[in-house]
Design a protein around this ligand. Sequence first.
Ligand code: GDP
Length: 442
Amino acid sequence: MAFEGLGEKLQGVFKKLKGKGKISETDLKAALREVRVALLEADVNYKVVKNFINNINDRAVGQEVLESLTPGQQVVKIVNDELTSLMGGETSKLNMSSKPPTVIMMVGLQGSGKTTSTGKLSNYLKKQGRRPLLVACDIYRPAAIKQLQVLGEQLEMPVFSMGDKTNPVEIAKSALDHAMHYGNDVVLIDTAGRLHIDEELMEELVKVKKIVNPTEILLVVDAMTGQDAVNVAERFNELLDITGVVLTKLDGDTRGGAALSVKAVTGKPIKFVGMGEKLDALEPFHPDRMSSRILGMGDVLTLIEKAQEGFDEQKAKEMELKLKKAEFTLEDFLDQMQEMKKMGPLDQVMEMLPGMNKGKLKGLQLDEKEFDRARAIIQSMTLEERRKPSLINGSRRKRIAAGSGSKVQEVNRILKQFDQTQKLMKQFSGMSKSKKAKFKLP
Ligand code: GDP
């Protein structure tokens, strides 16, 4: 999970401050020292850390924090603001050309996730009503063209390729003609990757850039490589003047150093983040929401967006109604599990809820097998039990376990999950009424 360590440490620092009625300058210094160490441990560039701490110190000391009624919360607010601005401040949207097609050049080193991200991005754009064309310009990596074609098939997206014998500049040029002819309003060019930055590669990319005059040059970097990713970004930016970054594999990056340093070091914003291998695991990057997630304040807006994308609206309405009438039953729970699964891995979803920490996430994971078991258990209950789980006492639990071929502990677990989901659903239905639900700082 992204930013695991950093989030935990920062939240720990704030907890200490929150307990104090007053914060002395010594307290603040000590807290900032801990923040500094936490950032360095998260592999954030040391110059970036130095600036960051100075900014917070200036604001905290200069402001009324020390005399404020809730100094702890003031500090959290300042850190939240500064983290947001460190990651770019405003959300950086994809630029679209007023004269179609919009050309997006995807660049990056081999293995960074460039081809996958190209597919994911085309999928994202298609959902917004665009008609993307994928272009296979990586003629060097064996199987790169095939990989893009397979992605194209999965996504039902057209792929333009001219094999591996034509040079990429020619391919890119022909692809633009093709797009004009077939009415594709976005052209995504999957350029060649290399294991390392070399002159030949850069020359080729510069040539392609010249010929296609891209609206966006998105550099794909792997978050898990930390400061290496930042160095790669710096180098690509010098040579190509990129317009933004796609940070992949954030789902596997527990430290978060690249996410926190890229903008400050290169001046170029992160536009998207990859959150998994699946083709819908790409999210627009919102610095304010990410900061909020790191500080344990949740990311309710993304959660709502995901819910809107994944949920069957009619079903969601029915569920909300049921909840209001307190009719949410175990059968609905089964349905709900299936709907939740569409939003992505449950731990990622839960991480976006305010105040959720890892402890609370334990025991909420459900894989395919467990899902089948849950179904068997629920089906072994009587109708009455499903509608009124409070009836299920010890002897009924034993009967249900025997009937579904499971253990009593498993029945208990399902009932507990039901209970937690019910609570979660209540939060959901409250939120969807006012999109900007307000949450207290931790
Ligand atoms: P390329 O050589 O840069 O084109 O890299 P690929 O697109 O082939 O991706 C390399 C590997 O990274 C593949 O196994 C992808 O499934 C995986 N990958 C790409 N993006 C993500 C991501 O956001 N999260 C995770 N977990 N894996 C990813």
